[in-house]
Structure formats: C-alpha cells, structure tokens
Design a binder for this molecule. Structure first.
Ligand code: DON
Length: 567
C-alpha cells in the first residue's frame, strides 16, 4: 500500500510527458532566445514577462526576483506559492557573490519520530500529504530579505503587476490542465471540499485568484509582518491547525531567512558558485564535478559509454556522502572543506575502473577522520546592470501537501518529507538520510536544490537550476557539462536527454526513448542496472548563458511551459 502510494505520487509528479525533447540537428545550432541586456527564464511566460518588465522600468535583478517569485505563486501553483520556500544564489555586477536560505523549517512542536507508527516504521502519507507535512514557510521572508538588501524599486511598484495578474487571471496551459486533473481527487480528499484548482478546466480557460490578489495587497501595505504576525498569519495558522497541523503563530513569528556563504569551487577554468547547506546541492555538485575533472569526458563524447560511467560513479559516491554528512548547518557539523577537497575525492574514486560498475552495496559514505556524526521550480535572471541571480523554490511535492488555504489563495508545502523520518528509510525521492537530517524543532530539512552561477575567466557566464527532487543536482551538472565539455548552446544543453544515479536505489535512471539501446546494453553488461521506467522526464532546467559577444542566450526547458523573456 505504502509503495503504491509512493509510486502514484512519483508518477503523478512526473506526469508531464516527455514528448518534446528536440532532436538536435547535426549542423545548425539550436539557440534559445537571444537578448542584449536582460532576461528572465522561468516556468511561466507570465512570470518571465513580469520580471523582465520590472527590469525594463529600471529595476534590477533583485527587484525582478521579487516580482517573478510572486508571479509564479499566481500562475504556477504547482510549485510557486506563499506557502513554500527556496534558495537564491547571486553574483552582483561587481563580482560579489552570496546566497539566501529561505528554506522551510520544522515547527517547534516537531519531534524526531513524529512520522513513525507504533512499530517504529515511517507512515509516508503523514509527512507527504495534509497539514502535518507542512514546514514553516519561508517565501515571504525570502523576498523581503532580498528587497531590503538589494532592491531599488518600492515594493508596491514591484508587486502591483502581480496583483493585476491575480485579478485578471492566467490562461491554463494543456500541461497545467492535465496536472490539475491528475490531482483533483487528492485535492478533494485533503481539503474535504472543492478548491480553486479542482474545477474542470480546459486549456485556455482563465483562472483568477482574487483571494491571492487581496493577500498580496495586504502584504504590500504591511510588509513581511502581514504574513508572519498579521491577519494573514493568523488566518493561516487557524487553517493549518483546524486541519490537524502543529504550526503556531510563534513558529511563524520566529521564522527568518538567512544569508549564507555559497559553496565555491573550480572546475577546469570555470568557477562554480552554488547553494550551501541546508541544501546538499552545492556540496554534491562540487564533489561530482571534482571527481569527474581528471577524466577527458569531452573526448569520450556526450552521453557515450565512458562518459556515463564516470558521471554515474561520481554521482553514486557523492549521494552516499549526502545521506550521511549533510543536514542543517545550524544543527549539524558538516566537514564541507574535506568533502569537496581533492585528496578526499581522489581517494573516493580510487576503486573505480571502466571494466565494471561499482555496486552501491560496496560504497558507503567516505571516512573522514576526526568527524563525529552527531514540486519545485527554478528561475534565472540577469539584469542590464550585470547582476545575475539563480533561484530555486519549492512546495516539495506537486502542490505541496495539497492543503490549500482558500482565504489566502495559496497551497502549503509538504517539505517535512525532506527530513529523514527514520535512518536508512527512503523519502519521497528515494533519498535516505541519517542523524544529520533527523527532525528537530526549528531545524531546516536537507534539500537538493542547486541554484548555481558559473563564472568563466572571472566574469559571469551562466545562471542555471532546475526542479526534480534528487535529480536536481545531476541535471544541473549535465547542463553545465553540455555547454563546457560538449560545446552545446544553452538551449541545446537544456534539451539534451539526461540520466541520473543517486547511490540508492542502485539503478541508473534514463529519460525513456532518448538513449541508444546498444549503449544501454553495453552499460548493462558492465553491471549497471538500467531504468527507463521511473521517470518520463529528468529535471526541467532553466538557464541563461553569456555568449562570447556579450549577448544573453536563454535556455527554457521544453519539458514544461518554460519561457525566456528579455530585452
Ligand atoms: O528541496 C528539495 O530537494 C525538494 N523539496 C525538491 C522537490 C522538487 O524538486 C520537486 N520538483 N520536481
């Protein structure tokens, strides 16, 4: 029963059909949108357009971030919301880099075994669906932290177009219609009533979210406090508690977004800046890229046998470390420098050879002497001033906990499932964890979100990221490698078929009908377990690349409705 449930969630989550991976032409490069000065690439045309318009008015990338994020809450309720959280990595025009953590956290009343039954076994439904699955939301704290530090336009000017969008409504796309239909029953079940998104929509219908428009207006007037201590916060807590949740007004009032030092590492002549814990993204990306660096994958070829082997083996080892060492840095000591250092990583790959796959059963987390253990969406923005940001936000599962706050006009996350409910037991994404990611009051759950900025020759080169749970890290990895090692354009790099390995389960997941059967057979013969069933798509990458002539190329993933807009 539990497995059926998980399978259902997983397949619904990835129900968007992989019918659009472009066949790449041999000769002509496939280019994304090219603009001269500024660009937003996000999951919805409306959100990209609102963000770009803010910059056209003279706002910077940070102003555009606030507008884009809220526009996604209107037009992309699958992952955009006021009830979730995220991470932003930035690089300012002067080269300053930094990161913001507005990840959800566990409520004060949360405790380690809260999702276990009387036999000590996890009850996945409890951490995945309904009010008990909700972590204290960080989104509004996040956008206000960004605005306070780097914003240039008044919040009213930034958010008014979003209020208009919510009042005027957005057009349902075909992909969106299918998703609403897939989740209709679950919406009814969790909310015990119909909700705005449980109606029978056709593609092209308009959805107006009047309640969300009113909430945003109160937020414009009263600021972040409106959400964390004001009328909206009170309504939210009442709604969560009346549905069996444990979040209190104290939880909301104590929530703060945190500025963090991003993970920075070099890969050949690139300098990569990515999200630090409580996301595992930056550390794992660094580990994988550093393990791959000594191999000449550009000579092996894109998605060829030896390339897939090297990447898979590096991924296997990095995800094994993730499961043991990584968690909220405010609760767990994480040996980041060692984990991403060359001596450790060289040793980690020392038992790899091209003859045969290393079974995951033979891989444990690496030993570090002296160490004591004690549905997401991405957008990238570049402005006309040279600032760049990379933001990944999430409700975790599609529409989060499925609990909708009708008075506020938003879904609420099910981020609590990103904790390790029990050591060694997989979560929704098959990821396992240990003490480092155990539940504790006010702790942030470990993430895989990997908003990333890449510099080349000390100047900004690429902003990239994606949704996809555990596959986020490996999708970002492949996109960077596709451009740097295999000479693709940004759009081609995003389009190219992807594969994924995460240590456990010991399988390599491939996007179906995208890889040569002969190649898959060769991998099989070397001991790799091939899985083309689990996921129709892997990731939904959005990115922006600076071309040699200084113009910007957008890469918007056709696996979704993603769109680049700029000028
Ligand atoms: O933070 C994380 O790693 C997960 N909550 C992300 C979930 C996700 O990417 C779902 N989207 N496809």
């Amino acid at each position: 029963m539990k497995h059926t449930f998980l399978l259902l969630l997983f397949s619904l989550f990835f129900s968007c059909k992989n019918n659009s991976i472009d066949q790449q032409k041999e000769t002509e490069p496939v280019l994304g949108l090219i603009t001269q000065k500024a660009m937003v690439v996000s999951a919805r045309k409306e959100a990209s357009a609102i963000g770009a318009a803010i910059m056209k008015k003279g706002g910077n990338a940070f102003d555009a971030m606030v507008a884009t994020e809220m526009a996604l809450a209107v037009a992309y309720p699958f992952a955009g919301s006021l009830g979730g959280g995220g991470f932003m990595v930035y690089r300012k025009a002067d080269g300053e880099t930094g990161a913001l953590d507005y990840r959800e956290k566990a409520p004060l009343a949360a405790y380690k075994d809260m999702y276990l039954d009387e036999n000590g076994d996890p009850i996945p439904e409890k951490s995945q669906v309904g009010a008990l699955a909700i972590g204290v939301p960080g989104t509004i704290a996040g956008i206000f932290a960004v605005h306070k530090r780097f914003g240039t336009l008044p919040i009213e000017e930034i958010l008014s177009p979003v209020v208009d969008l919510a009042n005027r409504g957005f057009a349902v796309t075909e992909k969106q219609r299918k998703r609403f239909e897939n989740y209709k029953e679950l919406f009814f079940e969790v909310n015990k009533d119909t909700i705005l998104f449980a109606k029978n929509y056709k593609a092209g219908d308009t959805i107006k979210n009047i309640k969300l428009a009113a909430t945003l207006k109160r937020i414009i007037k009263n600021g972040k406090e409106e959400f964390y201590t004001g009328e909206t916060g009170k309504k939210l807590v009442e709604h969560i508690q009346s549905n069996g949740g444990i979040i209190t007004l104290e939880d909301l009032s104590k929530y703060e977004a945190k500025w963090r030092e991003p993970v920075r590492f070099n890969y050949k002549n690139l300098s990569v800046i990515s999200m630090s814990p409580p996301s595992s993204g930056g550390v794992c990306l660094a580990q994988i890229m550093k393990m791959i660096e000594p191999y000449e994958i550009s000579k092996y070829g894109h998605n060829q046998l030896k390339t897939i082997q090297v990447i898979t083996e590096a991924e296997r080892r990095a995800y094994a470390d993730r499961s043991f060492y990584l968690g909220d840095p405010d609760f767990t000591k994480i040996p980041i420098d060692t984990l991403i250092g060359m001596p450790y990583l060289t040793d980690r790959m020392s038992d790899f050879n091209f003859e045969k796959a290393t079974p995951s059963s033979e891989i444990n987390c690496g030993m570090i002497p002296g160490y004591e253990s004690d549905e997401t969406t991405h957008y990238s923005i570049v402005d006309q001033f040279g600032n760049a940001i990379s933001v990944t936000i999430t409700l975790n599962g599609a529409y989060g906990s499925k609990l909708y706050a009708p008075e506020i006009g938003t879904f609420l996350n099910n981020e609590m499932d990103d904790f390790s409910a029990k050591p060694g037991v997989p979560n929704m994404f098959g990821l396992i964890g240990a003490q480092a990611n155990a539940i504790a009051p006010e702790k942030r759950m470990l993430s895989s979100m990997t908003p990333t900025i890449v510099e080349k020759n000390d100047t900004f080169w690429m902003s990239v990221g994606t949704p996809g749970g555990s596959t986020i890290i490996t999708s970002v990895l492949q996109t960077i490698l596709n451009v740097e090692e295999f000479g693709m354009t940004m759009q081609e790099a995003v389009n190219a078929p992807r594969f994924h390995h995460q240590w456990l389960p010991d399988v390599v997941v491939f996007e179906p009908e995208s890889f040569d059967p002969v190649l898959l057979d060769s991998l099989s013969q070397k001991g790799y377990k091939i899985d083309e069933e689990t996921s129709k798509i892997i990731g939904k990458v959005d990115g922006i690349l600076v071309l040699p002539n200084g113009t910007l190329e957008g890469g918007a993933d056709k696996r979704g409705d993603d769109t680049a807009v700029g000028f």
